[in-house]
Design a protein around this ligand. Structure first.
Ligand code: NAD
Length: 248
């Protein structure tokens, strides 16, 4: 029996990077998938075909996770199509890095809305389904910089720290209904998000990491699988760092 057989998972920001790796991992363990991203483009279509070929049911929606109404609409439509949603992975996230001195109000608002408000939007939208089911695992993608802070990322670090507070509160609030809520705090993971950084900055980061390399999206997906499945049935309200001991 596969770890997620009979389960349905909703993953935001799923067309590339860590979200895509989580979708692939969950499909390989038998989960049906509701995927979202900003656009349903050729790349997203190819992903849906690739995952459907493994025998699970997959549907992808173009939806902006930072918009309250769009989050509610996706969950309403998906609930009609799939019936239940057992797992929510709030993965969508962006950076707009710059020193506070230069940070504009728009850069602040955008990062807080996409990274933090989206977590509120989707969690609120799935809450009543999970309450009825008396079952749920919610996984929020934070970051080590939400714990440590980082120069040039005041907006991003604040959004990721906010996710930690939200995660712990939801774990306390919904635990009695068998709904678990945890966060993953990745360190330096090799995706398009970190590809944007200059080569020397990427090398410098890797040097500082005790495991001497950036992580892969699949290494984050394996932790997401643990948190999504009943392997973690007594784990809730936790922040699991996936960072090669970058932050201890
Ligand atoms: P990525 O940029 O490769 O992928 C992010 C995905 O989210 C993209 O497909 C993008 O289109 C989508 N997205 C962006 N805004 C969205 C919105 N408003 N609604 C729906 N989808 C949206 O990033 P990644 O590296 O895979 O990061 C995934 C998550 O992991 C993010 O929350 C990020 O902050 C977090 N994280 C990444 C790293 C890293 O080193 N890569 C480290 C710590 C945390």
């Amino acid at each position: 029996m596969k770890l997620l057989e009979g389960k349905t998972a909703l993953i935001t920001g799923a067309s590339r990077g860590i979200g895509r790796a989580i979708a692939e991992k969950f499909a390989s363990e038998g989960a049906n998938l509701i995927l979202t991203d900003l656009f349903y483009d050729d790349n997203a279509k190819a992903l849906v075909d690739q995952l459907s070929a493994t025998g699970v049911k997959v549907k992808m929606y173009a939806s902006d996770a930072s918009k309250f109404d769009q989050a509610q609409n996706v969950v309403d439509e998906a609930a009609k199509e799939f019936g239940q949603i057992h797992i929510l992975v709030n993965n969508a996230g962006i950076t707009r890095d710059t020193l506070l001195m230069r940070m504009t109000e728009d850069q602040w608002d955008l990062v807080i809305n996409v990274n933090l408000k989206s977590v509120f939007n989707l969690t609120k939208a799935v809450q009543s389904l999970m309450l009825k089911q008396r079952y749920g695992s919610i996984i929020n993608m934070s970051s080590v910089v939400g714990v440590s802070g980082n120069a040039g990322q005041a907006n991003y670090s604040a959004s990721k720290a906010g996710i930690v507070g939200f995660t712990k509160s939801v774990a306390r609030e919904l635990g009695s209904r068998n709904i678990r809520c945890n966060a993953i705090a990745p360190g330096f993971i090799l995706t398009e998000m970190t590809d944007k950084l200059p080569e020397d900055v990427r090398k410098e980061w890797a040097e500082k990491i005790p495991l001497k390399r950036g992580g892969t999206p699949d290494e984050v997906a394996k932790v997401a699988l643990f948190l999504a499945s009943d392997l973690s049935s007594y784990v809730s309200g936790q922040v699991i760092q996936v960072c090669g001991a970058m932050l201890t």
